[in-house]
Design a protein around this ligand. Structure first.
Ligand code: BG6
Length: 466
């Protein structure tokens, strides 16, 4: 059968891109945590084209865990992880690589193949797996961005669906495995008090910021092929918007959530060049792998509309960037002002209406901004925020959660074919039809145009204070 049945447990994890950056930054630390938690006890086969041996892979795993956690707090767990590792070296374009992988799998018959590799290689690897029958009783986990544009996404879906059943395809967006992002779904539908105001009648605008205070950290070549729009907006930020705006799932189960989210992507109005501000931080062109005259954006801000009954005319302002003032992720829902000005301070333009703020990272927090009267004769007030920290010390790494789910065959936190295609349809036009990048200084909030022309009267941007 081309694809393991839902709910069956995989008996091996194969991961392509074992010598890469993602493996070092996120995958090995997550595998270590999975071994500690007891959710990983099956062989893990790293595949790469690096002329490595299994010893090199073990060394990399140890270094990665150490770098992520500042040391090894459970040497026995690390040793268990190292003993589970196997390694296959080879060019993904060569059929022999997949033959060797088949041999390395030995007795394992239900592998999960995780493609932590650049999107241009997804199709080659999937076809390689199929050519030696490694799609049978198997799952495939595919990293984002899923394609480069609508056409390549559709082609990729075609190639993957030719090799695996849809229920065996896990399209990963690691933001969906973050506690604070899962909490958006929970918060909205486990509380009833916000639902009556969660629409165009009460909400003026919504801002989503995902900022990083560092540059591309040696990933210049990747960034040249992606840019901030493909790297973060089209997937991570759109997923956040979908969770914020979806209708209530009609039954308990991930299928209902997927369907409700998919409807949001389909209702998003395709972006045009006037809805988009592109920036590039000064210094980006000096990075290794970056073209001398690169016009790739390291900052992207868009103004998005969702043409649905609930959200018509409510602007969503999304922005992301490298080398910005802080590292933080935050959503701010701005509510409308009261319909009548009963107090002298009501129309002061510097005053915010009510707002609900979800700090997604670095620390989870929910803030509800309300106005309260200042003591004194006058009926004037100020904004106070009710704050609720949501961070928990038990939080799992997003990849720990998602890889555990994939090995178990639980696809609740993964994205589906129709959603990824609908999301690409929204950005497809502006991938090519856009203005040149505007340069900005590292440590700022990006180009002025994002604050001026784009957000206009709905501004200012509410910068996360961390
Ligand atoms: C990745 C992007 O998907 O997400 C990176 O490729 C970005 O550019 C990263 O830095 C942010 O995720 P996190 O979990 O490290 O905040």
């Amino acid at each position: 059968m081309p694809g393991a049945a839902p709910g069956t447990m995989s008996d091996c994890l194969v991961f392509f891109g074992a010598s890469g950056d993602l493996a070092r930054k996120s995958i090995f630390p997550s595998l270590y945590r999975m071994v500690k938690e007891g959710t990983l006890a099956v062989p893990v086969i790293g595949v790469a084209f690096s002329d490595w041996t299994v010893e090199d892979l073990r060394t990399r795993a140890r270094e990665a865990v150490k770098a992520r956690y500042g040391g090894i707090d459970d040497e026995a767990a690390l040793e268990r992880l190292l003993s589970l590792l196997r390694y296959v070296d080879g060019d993904y374009a060569e059929p022999e690589t997949f033959e060797r992988l088949k041999t390395a799998l030995g007795e394992c018959s239900r592998p999960t193949h995780y493609l932590a590799i650049p999107p241009v290689l997804f199709g080659t690897v999937v076809q390689g797996l199929k050519s030696v029958g490694l799609n049978h009783d198997a799952r495939v986990v595919v990293e984002k961005p899923f394609g480069r544009d609508l056409a390549s996404c559709q082609e990729l879906n075609r190639v993957i669906i030719d090799a695996f059943d849809e229920h065996a395809i896990f399209r990963i967006d690691h933001f969906l495995g973050k506690e604070e992002i899962m909490n958006l779904l929970y918060f909205r539908f486990a509380n009833s008090i916000f639902e009556p105001v969660w629409n165009r009648n009460y909400i003026e605008s919504i801002q989503v910021t995902f900022a990083e205070d560092f540059g591309v950290r040696g990933r210049g070549a990747f960034y040249e092929s992606a840019g901030a729009l493909r790297d973060v907006v089209e997937n991570h930020l759109f997923q956040i918007v979908a969770l914020l705006t979806m209708e209530a799932p009609t039954y308990q189960g991930y299928g209902a959530v997927q369907a409700a989210k998919s409807n949001v992507f389909k209702a998003m109005r395709p972006l045009t060049r006037k809805d988009y501000v592109r920036g590039q931080f000064n210094g980006y062109r000096d990075e290794e792998g970056v073209a001398e005259h690169s016009d790739v954006e390291t900052f992207a801000a868009v103004k998005l509309f969702i043409d649905s009954w609930r959200w018509a005319d409510v602007p969503f302002y999304l922005r992301t960037g490298k080398a910005l003032a802080v590292s933080a992720g935050e959503v701010v829902v701005n509510f409308k002002r009261p319909p009548q000005s009963l107090f002298n301070d009501a129309q002061d333009p510097d005053q915010h209406p009510n707002r609900l703020r979800f700090r997604l990272q670095p620390d989870g927090e929910i803030g509800l901004g309300v106005r309260v009267k200042r003591p004194g004769e006058e009926f004037v007030g100020h904004e106070q925020e009710l704050r609720l920290p949501t961070e928990s010390p038990l939080e799992r790494e997003p990849y720990e959660r998602l890889l555990t789910d994939a090995l178990r065959g639980d696809s609740a936190l993964f994205t589906h074919e129709d959603s990824v295609e609908a999301a690409w349809r929204v950005v497809d036009g502006i991938l090519t039809d856009h203005a040149s990048v505007i340069h900005y200084e590292p440590g700022t909030w990006g180009p002025e145009e994002a604050a001026g022309r784009l957000i206009g009267d709905h501004g200012p941007w509410q910068n996360p204070h961390v």
